[in-house]
Design a protein around this ligand. Structure first.
Ligand SMILES: Nc1nc2c(c(=O)[nH]1)N=C([C@H](O)[C@@H](O)CO)CN2
Length: 116
C-alpha cells in the first residue's frame, strides 16, 4: 500500500504525569505514516486527489498543543483517532517520542498502528 508520511513533526505541549510537568511546555516529536493510494494524484498531478500532509500536520499540531495531557500513549491514541476520523486513511502508524525524558536516552515513547 502507498503511504504518505510526516517525519519528525515537533509539537510543543503540556505533557507528563508529574505535577511539575503540568506547569511547563515540553517538546514531542511525531512520526506519522498513513496508508493512502497516491496513484491518482501522481498520475494526474492533482493536489485535490492527494492527502495534504501540510493540512494533516497543522491539524495534529493544533490538537496536541491545545490540551494538557498525561501519557505519550494518550497522545498517540488521540492522534490516530483524529487521522482515521478526519482524513481518508484506513490505517495509520503513529510514533510519539519524548526527547530527553530519560537521562542517557535520546528519546522514549510509543509507536502504535490503528485501523478504521
Ligand atoms: N509508558 C509511559 N511511561 C512514562 C510516561 C508515559 O507517558 N508513558 N511518562 C512519564 C513521565 O511523564 C516522564 O516522561 C517524566 O520525565 C514516565 N513514564
Amino acid at each position: 500500500m502507498d503511504k504518505v508520511f510526516i517525519d519528525h513533526l515537533e509539537v510543543y505541549c503540556t505533557i507528563g504525569v508529574y505535577e511539575w510537568e503540568k506547569q511547563i511546555t515540553q517538546k514531542l516529536v511525531l512520526d506519522l505514516e498513513m496508508d493512502f493510494d497516491t496513484q491518482a494524484a501522481g498520475e494526474q498531478d492533482d493536489m485535490s486527489l492527494a492527502l495534504d500532509y501540510a493540512a494533516v500536520s497543522k491539524r495534529v499540531t493544533d490538537m496536541i498543543s491545545t490540551c494538557p495531557i498525561g501519557l505519550v500513549e494518550a497522545v498517540a491514541e488521540q492522534t490516530a483517532q483524529l487521522l482515521l476520523s478526519e482524513f481518508p486513511v484506513l490505517r495509520v502508524r503513529v510514533r510519539v517520542t519524548k526527547p530527553g525524558a530519560v537521562v542517557n536516552a535520546r528519546g522514549v515513547g510509543v509507536e502504535i498502528v490503528r485501523e478504521a
